[in-house]
Ligand binder design. Structure first.
Ligand code: UDP
Length: 451
């Protein structure tokens, strides 16, 4: 079936992200790059997401499948464990049904590119004799640490400094939270270590990073797996500008206060605004929320702070912001705005790649998962900002936050960080431009599909 189909039609790739904003964005963008090279793509989403946040891009075919929570999505599952278990059980069956349906519609699938968090998708692909490609949305530095933890080479939790190939020594608190504090989220810890359980059966391994950014770790990974490095998966109009309609991620799970943000930013001087966001999942405790709120207010700088609706009740009583607080924004457009001079970030890997791609220096305030390691890379390896220190209770005090913000906005470290981040931005553009390292890897993948 597949052989006959190859001769006559474009190859058809099914892309299956984990259903959260930080995982959907990279796979949508990868789909767009594949489409631009003549590949037919179908992006899988959940029924709940397709009902509540339909894609605004008509060039991408989206097929919803059931994750077992069609009416309420993740939030209705009750616990991480309940969601992840049912997602695997119902998702495997729904994925198999979709593959059959596409086949009977005359649209057979040639390859499935699945998120490394849904390893079971590879089992389904193999049942149908379809090649699978595992897509990592986290940094290769993080893959490296998780792999060694999975293999039992890094202790979980580590008792002392952690050494893994091609990275500087890491203090235990600089490893991902599931490594240094595995207790509180056992289901997530299982997911991140399990990413490697069947990777040897994947035909391809993809990573959303770029070669120059993580050269040594990438070379190490390439010794083990057929790694293709395809990032940064930031919309083309912010980088190489080759895909004209590619300005946005096109599937926002929350509604942005876009016009309000842009109007406010348009009235601010160049480089004067601090943009603050803790991503789509991050939850600050009430004490941490208060320190950030009061620190930003006392700093005297203009700030644009994203506080999701579900987080708003934790703002201090009677808090009146000296800046703009919104419940969601179009982050790329904010980072690209010339008024923005610094990003106080939780260091999610999309935010990390976006700030590098848009050339904005950071104050890194990692919270959990892979963020502590991304924060180390941002400060020590890539030199694009500073990490703000937490106290013995794990809280970043307002004083520490303000002094880091001032260091980046006004100090010498800010100047160095700005220079470095501009250099990385240029390298990111080169990677995705025609003949760049990521472009070549995508091209190679497409050639293999067409062969
Ligand atoms: N984002 C956004 N608007 C916001 C905050 C975040 O569009 O107000 C996007 C951001 O551009 C990024 C994603 O949400 O692509 C968050 O992913 P990341 O990996 O940074 O963090 P996560 O949410 O997974 O913790």
């Amino acid at each position: 079936m597949a052989e006959q189909h190859k001769a006559t039609k474009s190859p058809h790739v099914l892309l299956f992200p984990f259903p959260s904003q930080g995982h959907i964005n990279p796979l949508i963008q990868f789909a767009k790059r594949l489409i631009s090279k003549g590949v037919k793509t179908t992006l899988i989403t959940t029924i709940y997401i397709s009902k509540t946040s339909p894609s605004s891009n008509t060039s991408i075919t989206v097929e919803p499948i059931s994750d077992g929570f069609d009416d309420g999505g993740y939030m209705s599952a009750g616990s991480d464990e309940a969601y992840l278990e049912k997602f695997q059980q119902v998702g495997s069956k729904s994925l198999a049904d979709l593959i059959r349906k596409l086949d009977s519609d005359g649209n057979p699938v040639d390859a499935i590119v699945y998120d490394s968090f849904v390893t079971w998708a590879l089992d389904v692909a193999m049942e149908f004799g379809i090649n699978g490609g595992c897509f990592f949305t986290q940094a290769c530095a993080v893959n490296n640490i998780y792999y060694h933890a999975y293999k039992g080479i890094v202790d979980v939790p580590p008792a002392a400094t952690v050494s893994v190939p091609e990275l500087p020594p890491l203090q235990p608190w600089e490893t991902p939270s599931f490594v240094h504090t595995p207790g509180p989220y056992p289901s997530w810890a299982h997911i991140v270590f399990n990413q490697f359980s069947n990777i040897h059966q994947a035909r391809w391994v993809f990573s959303n990073t770029f070669y120059k950014l993580e050269e040594e770790v990438i070379e190490w990974m390439r010794k083990m797996w057929p790694l293709m490095v395809v990032g940064p998966t930031v919309p083309s109009m912010y980088l190489d500008k080759r895909l004209e309609d590619d300005q946005d991620y096109d599937m926002s799970l929350l509604k942005p206060n876009h016009i309000e943000c842009m109007e406010w930013l348009n009235n601010k001087p160049k480089g004067s605004v601090v943009y603050v966001s803790f991503g789509s999942y991050g939850e600050l405790g009430p004490e941490q929320m208060e320190e950030v709120a009061l620190g930003l207010n006392e700093s005297g700088v203009d700030f644009l702070w994203v506080v999701r609706e579900t987080e708003k009740e934790k703002l201090p009583k009677g808090f009146v912001a000296n800046g703009l607080v919104v419940s969601w924004c179009r982050q790329l457009e904010v980072l690209a705005h010339e008024a923005v001079g610094c990003f106080v970030t939780h260091c999610g890997f999309n935010s990390t790649l976006e700030t590098i791609s848009l050339g904005v220096p950071v104050v890194a305030m990692p919270q959990w998962t892979d963020q502590p390691t991304n924060g180390k890379c941002l400060e020590e390896i890539w030199g694009v900002g500073v990490r703000v220190k937490a106290n013995e209770k794990g809280i970043v005090t307002r004083g520490n936050l303000v002094s880091c913000v001032k260091e980046i906005m006004e100090g010498e470290r800010g100047e160095v960080a700005r220079k470095n981040v501009s250099k990385w931005r240029e390298l990111a553009i080169q990677a995705v431009s025609e003949g760049g390292s990521s472009d070549k890897d995508i091209h190679e993948f497409v050639s293999q599909l067409k062969a």
